[in-house]
Design a protein. Structure first.
Length: 342
């Protein structure tokens, strides 16, 4: 269900409604880095990933070994979430350290380009859900507006658009591969030095990943394990991002919102506890993350009451739903925009 606001408000003092909240958050120390938390998170993720690959080698004689693709996919998504945090400079105070962490976790461990992701993701944060400015709702295989759906040409494309809500999660099975392909295509945009660095790290990832799989396992088992791991990784990562903005307000070019309204009205939180926090990598606090993208993930739960209270004080709706309800709203939006084709 789309959240609407008839008329953007400014604060009664004539300034931004975001300023008082930002000062309160800074005074509470929630913008401070949590190096201990991230050292633990990165260290345990690396150790667990190494343990799973070790187990793959130990149990390589049995076909049951392919089930280890499930924890491997979960850990791969954890790596992606950590790379996302590095991209937002949540981990270290230094831009250079965050960049290297992003390169190591993105390019080297995932085969996903840090440069490509940052370029795309920063544009999304600057103008969330804004068609023409946010690449996450740009023209593509999925239609996010009725205008986009109407432009789908050809019987196959129009059939897909009509059924896109049902096909959304199956489509995510290929997201892991899509991230690597998008990275490769984006290398041409980068300066030569960055192109060589990022491309080399992705190449090392591919050699190491496929080398480990085909060295430890027979060709058949290796192929099955890779397909399961990549498919589940794509579904898991896509499922973490899917509930955040779809079905929320999509501002047009004539809308002039301040930072607070631009981020709050286009974002949706997902209710849950520590399991939800872990599974969604902190992206369930989407409103807080969009308002303060550099706040460390472990501080988002503490930040939430401040943001909710501030939104209530200035008269802004604060969208929050269960995980199932958020998926229902997101898929409902995909279904509604394709109505023009039915």
């Amino acid at each position: 269900m789309t959240v609407t606001l008839d008329e953007p408000r400014s604060s009664s003092t004539g300034g931004s409604d975001f300023g008082p909240l930002a000062r309160k958050v800074r005074a509470a120390g929630l913008l401070d880095r949590r190096r201990g938390y991230y050292a633990w998170a990165i260290g345990t993720n690396l150790a667990a990933t190494a343990a799973v690959w070790t187990a793959i080698g130990v149990f390589s004689a049995s076909w049951w070994v392919v089930l280890l693709a499930v924890p491997l996919a979960l850990l791969t998504a954890r790596t992606g979430f950590l790379g996302h945090d590095a991209g937002h400079r949540q981990i270290a105070a230094s831009h250079r350290v965050n960049r290297w962490l992003g390169l190591l976790m993105g390019n080297l461990m995932l085969g996903m380009g840090y440069g490509w992701w940052n370029h795309k993701h920063n544009r999304h944060h600057a103008n969330p859900n804004h068609v023409g400015k946010d690449p996450d709702v740009g023209e593509g295989i999925l239609a996010w507006t009725q205008e986009q759906a109407a432009r789908h040409n050809g019987r196959g494309a129009r059939w897909f658009a009509r059924h896109q809500a049902k096909l959304f999660f199956p489509l995510l099975l290929g997201e892991g591969v899509n991230l690597k392909v998008s990275t490769a295509l984006d290398l041409r945009r980068l300066p030569m030095r960055d192109r060589l660095l990022e491309g080399s790290l992705v190449l090392v990832h591919l050699i190491a990943f496929f080398g480990l799989a085909f060295t430890l396992l027979s060709p058949g088992k290796a192929v099955v394990l890779i397909l399961i791991q990549q498919g589940l990784f794509g579904v898991h990562l896509g499922s973490a991002f899917a509930p955040n903005h779809k079905g929320m307000e999509m501002p047009g070019d004539d809308v002039r919102w301040d930072h607070l309204r631009r981020q709050v009205l286009t974002s949706r939180n997902v209710r849950g506890g520590v399991v939800t926090d872990w599974m969604l990598g902190g992206l369930n606090y989407q409103i807080e993350h969009h308002l303060f993208p550099s706040v460390p993930r472990s501080n988002l739960r503490k930040l939430q009451p401040m943001v909710r209270e501030h939104c209530e004080a200035v008269g802004l709706p604060y969208a929050e739903a269960s995980l199932v309800a958020s998926y229902r709203q997101s898929l409902g939006h995909l279904h509604e925009v394709a109505e023009v084709l039915r």
